[in-house]
Design a protein. Structure first.
Length: 401
């Protein structure tokens, strides 16, 4: 099967390469490797079978415990939470994904959002019924045995004075980000010390949490414990992680979760990669290259041809799949980029750890017109030449013809 899948992937890769640019072709050697089944041993050693469970995995020399869906089959989840009401507060990206997955898993979940806001309307459209399983925030918190705080991070801070007194002893408090409690000096969110406080952070948007669940897969998530008053906080977090739609779950701390998350999204996941695309594109344009050439050599080939290979088979595989000329140059230049960028990443980590990023986020996202201001910034991006060119290039993809 792997051979077949690899052959398909290779055919796709060749098609993409031809469509995008003829310049960088697959080397004969890489094609041979891709179709010869040489890599099938490594792939076959990690089959995706439903029977996996808790296991120790050696990640590059470091042993970690990983929890999987198989540890919490549906019947076990239903039994574990049979006396509970899961009060999910906030129905934005995560509220939508986690909430619908909990509901589809058959658990007793209710949603709490401010009445007549955008989320209230969205929740009704998704089948939540006012007075039955849709309430205002405070009412839902009162009813819940688990309070799943999925308000935006700025709103968690804003609403805390009203919510904290409602977090009585028998409840468990849940977050999907370490932001509020870790930076409590800025957010003023100081969880009560007499209740369990846990975290499950899906590594993706709420839309992905939902779509992967519907595909019968699951998103990767981390979990952490802030307070373990009952002695069962770890178990609760692992169970809830699976209940909201995680495929596998690894342990972290609230501090590590928030620092890695803020750092990652400002770096390689979003800000860093955007900055690198812009820098490369601008230099090409300044040197007389056409917009379509600059875009294809910067973004289209990356996202359509090479990055999917990194995701599926690893960086070495991607190198292996490119021409000898491309390989030589990339091998010579990656340390130069790494050395130039590392100080920027060090500054970014410091800015995350010392709370500067949190302060900036709270200040910006607490403004009444933050959505309009954000939209104005996104409009600027939308209107940049590179992304306007991208819109046209996408239309030329074979699947859009
Ligand atoms: N989005 C992601 O990809 C992602 C991934 C992992 C973890 N997380 C974490 O998950 C949590 C939820 O994030 P999210 O992205 O789902 O949030 P979001 O989409 O920004 O959701 C905002 C929710 O907060 C409500 N809200 C905003 N201001 C409010 C206020 N003043 N009073 C009451 N409600 C208010 C909104 O209700 P209205 O519609 O009424 O304004 C909406 O239901 C955060 O801790 C976030 O860091 C997010």
């Amino acid at each position: 099967m792997f051979r077949q899948a690899t052959k398909q992937a290779t055919r796709q890769l060749i098609a993409n390469s031809r469509a995008i640019t003829a310049k960088r072709a697959l080397s004969v050697a890489a094609r041979k490797t891709a179709t010869s089944g040489l890599r099938s041993t490594a792939f076959a050693a990690k089959p995706l079978v439903a029977t996996r469970g808790i296991k120790q995995i050696n990640f590059g020399g470091v042993e970690e415990t990983v929890y999987e869906r198989a540890d919490w089959p549906r019947e076990k989840l239903l039994n574990y939470f049979k006396d509970d009401t899961l009060a999910l507060i906030g129905y934005g990206s995560q509220g939508y994904g986690q909430g619908l997955n909990l509901r589809d898993n058959g658990l007793n979940v209710i949603v709490g959002v401010r009445k007549n806001g955008a989320s209230w309307k969205a929740a009704i459209e998704d089948g939540w019924v006012p007075g039955e399983n849709l309430f205002d925030v405070q009412e839902a918190v009162k009813k819940g045995t688990y309070v799943m705080n999925l308000l935006s991070d700025a709103a968690q801070s804003e609403t805390w004075p009203a919510l904290k007194p409602l977090l009585t002893k028998e409840k468990t408090l849940y977050f999907s980000h370490g932001f509020s409690p870790v930076f409590k000096d800025l957010t003023h969110v100081e969880p009560p010390t007499d209740i369990d406080v846990i975290l499950v952070a899906p590594k993706g948007s709420g839309r992905t949490v939902r779509s992967l669940f519907k595909e019968g897969r699951g998103i990767n998530s981390s979990y952490a414990v802030w307070n373990d008053v009952s002695g069962k906080a770890h178990e609760k977090a692992q169970a809830l992680a699976v209940a909201v739609g995680s495929g596998y779950v690894y342990q972290t701390t609230f501090e590590k979760e928030v620092n890695s998350d803020l750092y990652g999204e400002r770096g390689c996941l979003m800000g860093g990669i955007h900055g690198m695309f812009l820098a490369q594109y601008e230099v090409l344009r300044e040197n007389g290259h056409s917009p379509s050439e600059a875009f294809n050599e910067t973004v289209e080939e990356a996202t359509q041809s090479l990055y999917p290979l990194i995701g599926k088979y690893g960086m070495d595989y991607m190198y292996d799949a490119c021409s000898t000329t491309a390989r030589r140059g990339a091998l010579d230049w990656y340390p130069i980029f790494k050395n130039a960028l590392k100080p920027v990443f060090q500054d970014l980590y410091e800015s995350t750890k010392n709370g500067s990023e949190t302060k900036r986020s709270l200040e910006f996202n607490s403004q009444p017109d933050y959505r309009e201001k954000l939209e104005a910034e996104l409009e600027t991006i939308r209107n940049m030449e590179i992304w306007r060119v991208g819109k046209e290039v996408r239309k030329l993809r074979p699947e859009n013809n």
